[in-house]
Design a protein around this ligand. Structure first.
Ligand SMILES: NC(=O)c1ccc[n+]([C@@H]2O[C@H](COP(=O)([O-])OP(=O)(O)OC[C@H]3O[C@@H](n4cnc5c(N)ncnc54)[C@H](OP(=O)(O)O)[C@@H]3O)[C@@H](O)[C@H]2O)c1
Length: 283
């Protein structure tokens, strides 16, 4: 066991003193956690820290496609009621219908465009009185194609849009839900960073830097709120086959969103920072 894996195991001991049976499994799991490129991936499914949040609603931003849709479906499959947030009410309605009929859970939808910054008081109002157990800050946007900074068309509005969607949304949604989580001493926030946030990526500079922000924000916040019972996880996927990447056919190292999310969710409560899916960091 490396010093970092034994640290994770020790942390789990402190967190879950009363869950002796679970503890043993988690210790084994921590011991089987790999450190690759300073991120971590788990070799075994977790016992599911999410069971603590069964009573509350889970919320996913960018929930109508790709990784966000997969989070919403997987959380529904695991029996959680969900708040879905995305741009288009039509797509949200379809998604809500699917999740409700497939998994028998309740859904609430909020249409909001995260490229604007004046949406948050409305979101706050619509969430009033709701107990949010898990927030997945998934919404994100990238380049249509790799480009030099000065070659990006409509650079002025491109910058605003990317900062608003990739950075402001994460901070603002966290501002909205964290107070109630802290009050209950329970909650989890999963922030979709990216493997592109682990190193500077030329020709995707604004995207890469925005994802580094999400990673730093998550790690700092976890340090602030871990002792108050809150899980903040920085999720740093490599390629996943979604509209954003344009990868149509999933492969072993470029998984479907469903396969990615099902693996990633098993690391929640165990890893503060993860690439989320075993094969990808190996090449
Ligand atoms: N795919 C990858 O390989 C990969 C790798 C690393 C990190 N990530 C991160 O993972 C997250 C999800 O990526 P993805 O590949 O699943 O993206 P995606 O397939 O493009 O899906 C994005 C989702 O966000 C919604 N959305 C987009 N712009 C929005 C806006 N302005 N306001 C509200 N909703 C909006 C989309 O809804 P509409 O249907 O309305 O467009 C859709 O539901 C992103 O943060 C991304 O940076 C992805």
């Amino acid at each position: 066991m490396t010093s970092s894996t034994s640290y994770i195991a020790r942390e789990k001991h402190q967190d879950c003193e009363s869950k002796a049976a679970i503890l043993t499994w988690r210790d084994v799991q921590s011991a089987l956690t790999l450190q690759v490129n300073s991120c971590t991936i788990s070799l075994l499914p977790s016992v599911c820290a999410f069971d603590d949040f069964k009573r509350a609603l889970n919320m996913v931003t960018g929930a109508t496609d790709g990784i966000g849709k997969a989070y919403a479906e997987e959380l529904g499959r695991r029996g959680f009621s969900i708040v879905l947030i995305s741009r288009s009410q039509d797509k949200l309605d379809d998604m809500a219908k699917t999740v409700e009929s497939k998994y028998g859970v309740q859904t609430k939808t909020i249409a909001a465009d995260f490229s604007s910054v004046d949406i948050y008081s409305d979101i706050e109002e619509k969430l009033k009185g709701l107990e949010i157990g898990v927030l997945v800050n998934n919404v994100g946007t990238s380049y249509s194609y790799p480009e030099f900074f000065l070659g990006i068309p409509n650079l002025n509005s491109f910058i605003d849009t990317m900062v608003n969607i990739n950075i402001t949304s994460v901070c603002q949604m966290t501002r909205i839900v964290l107070p109630q989580m802290v009050e209950r001493k329970k909650g989890a926030i999963l922030n979709l960073s990216s493997a592109s946030g682990m190193y500077p990526v030329p020709l995707l500079t604004v995207y890469s830097a925005s994802k580094a922000f999400v990673d730093f924000f998550s790690r700092g916040l976890q340090a602030e709120y871990k002792s108050r019972g809150i899980i903040i996880q920085s999720v740093m996927p490599f390629y996943v086959a979604t509209k954003m990447t344009g990868i149509r056919r999933p492969t072993l190292d470029k998984p479907s969103p469903e396969r990615y999310v099902s693996a990633e969710l098993n690391t929640v409560g165990l890893l503060d920072r993860t690439n989320g899916y075993l094969p990808t960091p190996l090449w």
